[in-house]
Design a protein around this ligand. Structure first.
Ligand code: CP3
Length: 344
């Protein structure tokens, strides 16, 4: 009826003349107003757990650029934090967690996820909800079990998640128990986010691309299928976006088997190929190179136009293929939004 928010209409399978646009990591360090609030709010996790500040940060990119969606300001690593694993973020060094080196280290975690421990997140959602412009959709999220587990095992960012891959080969049963706990936590956490007011949720499997086929099936596909099936049962009207970075040749299979309403495409995926693999009943999201957004100029314009024409006529959400980089000039983002909306 033209009353639905553009992002939700796209998730329901509508091919809009102008695709809705938002950017992964749209709330972050490239924004001077973010850096200012962060400098005053204490540690990164303190910021995530401060509903007033987190709500303002969530709204900052909407106020500046008029995106079609706000994504909750938080982090995927609040789940390990709630499970009792110590998490901190050192500026310039990324996350630090007490690593899980062997199966017995798993005993340090809480026996079950207590969703109440993330109450400040739901309060942030309630605050944002009250201030969100009426055409702007609100996205909740969590990390997918494999990606979250990979940080829990290594205790830090790594180039290839080798520690988690080794742990899963050496201790498959213990690793499966950790994944099961994260599946259960993800469902409980996302359900609470939905009840607090988000209208769709995105699952981030940023490290799916490092796994060989059997491990990909066991640690990426199977957990995501279980989470999505459970959410579809408990909150059937809420559309789900799965961002499986590095899915590569698995894309068509994911479209058939995950049960997600939309799939996020990473930067390396050719749009035309993805369109051939994925039926139009599944919305595609992506996939501008974050570095083209840093570069700007002709490289940026050309890539925007290629993506816009490739997805024209099928359900599409304009986004990056991964998160906004801190060095991205604000003017390039304004240009991106303008060009996506003013084609033809
Ligand atoms: O997209 C958004 O704007 C919403 C907020 C959001 C953050 N992290 C804020 C953040 C979301 C959705 C995430 C997801 C996330 N976090 C992922 C999956 C997506 C991806 O990028 O692959 C991962 C792997 C993490 C874990 C994480 N958090 C890392 C590795 C780092 C350090 C690297 C970096 O970019 O700084 C973070 C920190 C983080 N999360 C920041 C922000 C804004 C920077 C913190 C700061 O202010 O210094």
């Amino acid at each position: 009826m033209g009353e639905e928010k553009p992002l939700i209409a796209a998730l329901r399978g509508e091919a809009l003349d102008i695709p809705p646009i938002w950017l992964m990591r749209q709330a972050g360090r490239y924004l001077p107003e973010y850096r200012e609030l962060r400098a005053r709010a204490g540690s990164f996790l303190d910021t995530c757990y401060n509903p007033e500040v987190a709500a303002r940060i969530t709204l900052q990119p909407i106020e500046r650029f008029g995106f079609d969606a706000a994504i909750l300001f938080s982090d995927i690593l609040v789940v390990p934090d709630a499970l009792g694993q110590k998490v901190s973020f050192e500026s310039g060094h990324g996350p630090k967690l007490e690593p899980i080196a062997e199966p017995k280290d798993l005993d340090r975690l809480a026996p079950a996820f207590d969703a109440d421990r993330l109450a400040p997140v739901y309060q942030t959602i309630e605050r944002v909800k009250r201030e969100l412009p009426e055409t702007v959709a609100f996205i909740g999220f969590c990390g997918a079990p494999w990606t979250v587990a990979s940080y829990m095992i290594a205790g830090e960012g790594t180039p290839d998640q080798a520690p988690a891959r080794l742990f899963a080969y050496r201790h498959p049963q213990a690793f499966a128990r950790l994944i099961d706990r994260l599946i259960e936590a993800s469902v409980a956490y996302l359900t609470r986010q939905i009840d607090a007011g988000v209208e769709t949720v995105q699952l981030f499997d940023s490290w799916a691309g490092v796994l060989p086929p059997q491990e990909f099936e066991r640690w990426v596909v199977s957990p995501l299928r279980r989470i999505i099936a459970e959410l579809k049962q408990q909150r059937p009207s809420v559309p789900i976006i799965a961002f499986v970075r590095g899915a590569g040749p698995h894309l068509g299979d994911l479209a058939k088997r995950l049960g997600a309403d939309a799939l996020g495409l990473d930067t390396s995926t050719p749009p035309q190929w993805a369109i051939g693999e994925v039926p139009a009943s599944v919305t595609l999201q992506g996939n501008l190179d974050p570095l083209a957004l840093v570069a700007g100029g002709e490289a940026l314009d050309r890539q925007i136009d290629e993506i816009s024409s490739a997805f024209a006529g099928r359900p599409h959400i304009f986004n990056l293929g991964h998160g906004v980089l801190p060095e991205t000039p604000l003017a390039h983002i304004a240009r991106l939004v303008e060009r996506v909306r003013n084609r033809g």
